[in-house]
Design a protein around this ligand. Sequence first.
Ligand code: PLP
Length: 457
Amino acid sequence: KNAAPQVYDTAAIQKADSAHYLHPFTDFQDLASKGARVMVRGEGVYLWDSQGKKIVDGMSGLWCVNVGYGRTSISQAVYRQMETLPFYNSFFGTTNVPAVQLAAKLAQISPPQFQHVFFTSSGSEANDTNLRMVRRYWDLLGYKERHTIISRHNAYHGSTVAGASLGGMDGMHAQGGLPIPGIVHIGQPNYLEAGHGLTPEEFGLKAAGWLEEKILEVGPDKVAAFIGEPVQGAGGVIIPPSTYWPEIQRICDKYGILLIADEVICGFGRLGRWFGSELFGIRPDLITFAKGVTSGYVPLGGVMVGERVAKVLIEQGGEFTHGYTYSGHPVACAAALENIRIIEEEGLVNKVAEDTGPYLKQRFASLGEHPLVGYADSCGLVAGLNLVRKKGATVHENELFDEEQGVGMICRGHMFDNGVIMRAVGERMIVAPPLVMTRAQIDEMTDLIRLCLDKTH
Ligand code: PLP
């Protein structure tokens, strides 16, 4: 199995890498000076690099390899589909069988308001689709002014021009003239940063209230939609207080604003539900998905379109002039069908809800007792911990490291060297392991994390 060559010339690969390959989100010169780590093989929750080192993949690749590496039934499904029909588009009156089957399957596993799906190849393209779709929806209803979309600071919604504009990351907005017009941002429900003097529940209501303030500032008749990740991922695993989402839902309902749940990370079992919005009891009108739909084996994304929007688009819309060559790609859809079959057969959604999610929470709570950790929390199989110089009496009184010290990156370096992948967002260290991770593997991962915290201390 995985008949990869055993010996790699790492230096030669690194040389060619820096000579020709511009990596995403990378300081090219910095990478060239250090040399990229070359990953060559994966099995279950483990990766191997070109020097034969085994690594626990605490990040599921990039939050996507939900069913773990080395699933031959997915590669076989992909192979069979490539042999049968490697490509055909869904433009101009045609369709293909895996795309139809997957659309029906997604309608079955998503909340009842979702009966339709628009396919893309990535989460970014899906959010571009959202932007155009919600504006088209309001145009068709005769509200042509209703084009503003409200998002949150530090949100991540992709890297295309619309995706990065919807996202709220200053570093991205600083490059390329973003955000584009018609997109505004409010604060994120980050209790650690903004919840001083409040209980988490009080803070959740306060943070949701920023949405209402922004709606009133922009004008309710100009706001098309609010977009948010149920749990913010790339912004640092920001798990909102329990009061936040129900209040957001109430405000969206009050002003008739569409609610878009970006579930690119939270979907397909990550939070112990098929979709994270189910955990928080909200009823989005649109759901963005990608990553876990195929466990990253083949690129695929899309938008689940709720009946409120679908009905208008279908019955009043005529042609929707939007789409991608690879919308409904048969090979990607075949991979997704097999991936979802595995998730169902192995009961991975319930396993996260009832077994490994609570276990990870317990293990992270014990990491929270480490002198370097000022705060640790988790939701399903995402978790984070904050590195602090000194703990205070409350989480708001912790003494923080100076950003310039780069303690998060130092800690991440120890993780990398000691065989576990954890991501650093400033001083917040995060994991999102494959949903197949067992309790014993959670122990292995958290023991390695503890070791690296000791080394960082
Ligand atoms: N939305 C969220 C919540 C994400 O986390 C990501 C990627 O990390 C995206 C959208 C963009 O997806 P992609 O990288 O597939 O374009």
